[in-house]
Design a protein around this ligand. Structure first.
Ligand code: UD1
Ligand code: CA
Length: 498
């Protein structure tokens, strides 16, 4: 197809969406509705794309130009019908030869290969007009395909103008038409708005072609759902489910195991390798890429993430994160933008990471916040560790070397660094750099201030419990069921001596 123009209609108000966001901009499967249409249009490699904008064009225009920078925008000030819209598009396109395809901007399931087959058939048959049609169970609202006794298409009759017999016709116009450009330009000047809607119907061009003795044909598709538009949010959700069903089915055909397709959501731009396994309740969104043998889910949301070969990601929420080969993430992990987990690294339960690198084989297994940190390979971070990256004004980085062992309940007050092979004791607040191989200890020896509760918290439940325990130790009875061994403190004194 060496001279192809595609016109995308997107001027309508979409009032039934009841939204401040223009209809065609509503997201579905990770793209806007019109984003799906423009993607399908790219598959026919048109010489020219003209988008008709009107309602909220200050939203719609820039969005279209971001997706298809070379697209021509044609402005339709008042929505006087599809025929009027296409006339404005043709004026914006300038003198046009070859084939013109008209499509609507609100049909997110439209597939490029269908458009291509349609355009090819239209050109091969050298028709003036071709209509993409389909048989539907509920033709209400659609333009009906009226055929003569020979089965040739005579006209498209709109719902409001159809006779009771015509309303019984189950073959409908999808709204996608192909034209000979010169015929179209001429016909658009001749259609009128003399109908029950008072609009200029693009579909009236069919009758004009027939009257002029030109060829009109229908290209009937089995999968007419792909041309369905979403007019309200209920239809949007239905189409979203159908789009998802198609995407999930395609990945299964390509070798991905999806345990529960009904609760698995995969956006259109996601990439999956063969032998990936997706467990129930998982959403793979945006530009997420998952490599071979990785297992994702259950109950996991990944947006714009990279998951390496053989990695496991369980009950996790992650955005703009990179998870290395054979890494383990979750359950209950939260990876925020800029998180990079190395090969065979681990981020465990109730761990939040942000803008941090966790080296190959490094582990943050439990209950921690890792912000603006670099953790070297083979390092283990103790349970309950906080990387205190924010001083109230600015963010600072913490660098932890390789094969470091940090104790539980540490706080790293950034900016600070810990050398290779160093360690920290439990409860350490690391405020100064730790040299390689050193053990950092910041908490002093424990002191017990005997009788503090009795003096400072009299009359409280705490004081009552303390008094009962003291009483029991005097009378020799065990307090409660648990036997308490005071033991010997780390400084060599027994607790009872201090
Ligand atoms: C249209 C067709 C109908 C077909 C149906 C398929 C006509 C007259 N009717 O009906 O045969 O079965 O689509 O869904 O073409 N638009 C503009 N400017 C306008 C009017 C419409 O840009 O002045 C855009 C709308 O935003 C929409 C598309 O054109 O994207 C279709 O318009 P709509 O009013 O929805 O047409 P239908 O009544 O659905
Ligand atoms: Ca419509």
């Amino acid at each position: 197809m060496d001279n192809l123009t595609v016109i995308v209609l997107a001027a309508g108000g979409g009032t039934r969406m009841k939204s401040k966001t223009m209809k065609v901009l509503h997201p579905i499967g990770g793209r806007s509705m019109i984003g799906h249409v423009l993607r399908a249009v790219q598959a026919v490699e048109p010489q020219r794309v003209v988008a008709v904008v009107g309602h909220q064009r200050e939203q719609v225009g820039p969005h279209i130009q971001e997706l298809v920078p070379e697209a021509v925008l044609a402005v339709q000030e008042t929505q006087d019908g599809t025929g009027h819209a296409v006339r404005i598009a043709m004026e914006a396109a300038g003198p046009t030869k070859g084939t013109v395809i008209v499509a609507a901007g609100d049909t997110p399931l439209l597939r490029g290969e269908s458009l291509r087959a349609f355009a090819e058939e239209h050109e091969a048959a050298q028709r003036a007009v071709s209509i993409l049609t389909g048989i539907v169970d509920y033709p209400f609202g659609y333009g009906r395909i009226v055929r003569n006794d020979e089965g040739d298409v005579e006209a498209i009759v709109e719902e409001k103008d159809a006779s009771p017999e015509q309303r019984e016709i189950a073959e409908i116009s999808s709204g996608i038409l192909a034209f000979d450009a010169e015929f179209l330009a001429d016909a658009l000047g001749r259609i009128t708005n003399d109908n029950n809607k008072g609009e200029y119907y693009l579909t009236d061009t069919v009758q004009l072609a027939r009257d002029a003795g030109l060829t009109v044909g229908a290209h009937r598709v089995d999968d007419v759902r792909q041309t369905e538009g979403a007019n309200d949010r209920a239809q949007l959700a239905e189409l979203g489910r159908e789009l998802n069903r198609r995407i999930v089915t395609r990945w299964m055909q390509d070798g991905v195991t999806v345990m529960d397709p009904a609760t698995t959501w995969i956006d259109a731009d996601v990439q999956l390798a063969p032998d990936v396994t997706i467990l129930p309740g998982t959403q793979l969104l945006g530009a997420t890429v998952v490599a071979e043998d990785a297992v994702v889910g259950p109950d996991t949301t990944l947006k714009d993430c990279e998951v390496g070969e053989g990695a496991r990601v369980v009950r996790t929420h992650a955005e703009l994160a990179v998870i290395g080969d054979r890494a383990n993430v979750g359950p209950f992990s939260y990876l925020r933008p800029g998180s990079r987990i190395g090969v065979a690294g681990k981020v465990g339960a109730f761990v939040e990471t942000k803008n941090s690198t966790i080296g190959d084989g490094a582990k943050v297994p439990h209950l921690s916040y890792v912000g603006d940190a670099e953790i070297g390979e083979g390092t283990n971070i103790g349970a309950g560790t906080i990387f205190a990256n924010y001083d109230g004004i600015a963010k600072h980085r913490t660098v932890v070397g390789r094969n470091v062992r940090t104790g539980s309940n540490n706080t790293f007050v950034a900016p600070v660094s810990v050398g290779d092979g160093a360690g920290t004791a439990g409860g350490t607040v690391v405020r100064r750099d730790v040299p390689p191989g050193a053990l950092a200890v910041s908490s002093g020896p424990q002191r017990n201030l005997e009788g503090w509760v009795r003096k400072r918290r009299p009359g409280t439940a705490q004081a009552e419990a303390a008094a009962a325990a003291e009483e029991a130790s005097v009378t020799g009875a065990a307090p409660g069921e648990r036997e308490v061994d005071p033991g010997v403190g780390p400084d060599g004194r027994s607790a009872s001596q201090s």
